[in-house]
Design a protein around this ligand. Sequence first.
Ligand SMILES: *Cc1c(COP(=O)(O)O)cnc(C)c1O
Length: 381
Amino acid sequence: MDPRDVYAELGVRRVVNAATTLTALGGTTLPAEVRDAMVAAAQSCVSMEELHLAAGRRVASLTNNESALVTSGAAAAMALAVLAAVTGGDPATIARLPDDTDLERRVIIHCAHRIPYDRAVELAGGRLVQIGNAIQTFEWELEGALAQGAAAVLWVAGDHLGGAALPLDTTVRLAHDHDVPVIVDAAAQLPPVSNLWRFTRDGGADLAFFSGGKALRGPQASGLLVGRRGLVEAARLNAAPFQRLARAMKVGKEEVMGLLAALELYLSLDHDQQSRGWDEAIENWRRTLVDVPDVTLRRVDTNEAGQPVARLEVRLVTPRRARQVAARLWERDPRVAVLEVGASLYLSPDVVDDGDHAYVAECLHEALTAADDREGGNHVG
Ligand SMILES: *Cc1c(COP(=O)(O)O)cnc(C)c1O
């Protein structure tokens, strides 16, 4: 049996993921090196504290950071970073949570950085304090919020967010004037590899975190928190294996070893060659579709998180038509997932197995040339 058919027994179809590394689609697929590392880890018990400390040291040295911690995802890393900032690593404070009487819980965030994931701050007991607006932010707004006291500033990285927030260097300078740490959400900011140290070592932020299950192609339930030793240590003391608040965000030995393998593999990759491979895949998709009427095809340089991962934009006549085509792709077996934005569908080659590229092209061609089911169509969008 093709191991990819494992879900069929439950009546669940596998998905050929041409959308992106969405958690709702299971993120990504794991390279053999990562799967092997997880299988090996599963075959023996280990001291989780010893493993966390050793893996943290390895991740720190691989990513040019002072310190690091493997977490159960970027959202968990966000919660842990806030717990680190709020408790300062004090064992008695950590032990009495969620009683947070008299603790500074304010976490400053730019309005332009409000993302659906920021509730992890509140999960950790943080109180989001918003500055600026969707168009602009002034330095005095950040200074005013800092002057009232804050546990941390959460700064979200990504060119796709626009320029309404203060730049990282300004944010770091002002926050550090008030001895307040800056935490960077860089969950989907790979590639380039250098982002693993750009925000912390180069940019002066105190902590940054990344998803393990996106471009790194590590386990879906993994992430990494990197940065200043004291804060990373404070984060660690809030987490499993200790029976503290973030015990609920436990990382298994399999995830720790899988993430390490994924990181090592990612750092050893020839990223230029990989991106040439993606370009080729996009060009092949484009070529199979050039003759389809009422469709505009365009190569886009960046992915949905603003990173340099090329995509194919397939522009339909109306959003309604785009929804129909996406629904048709989703109804295939295996399903094909694409990103739908208005009248456009976006296709990413980076999560699609080499053997599935032709299938995506074939399904897309079929869906685009199928009759518009405007009359009598029964798809509920
Ligand atoms: C994906 C993402 C997260 C959550 O990451 P997980 O690893 O799935 O927990 C947080 N912030 C941003 C900006 C993301 O893109």
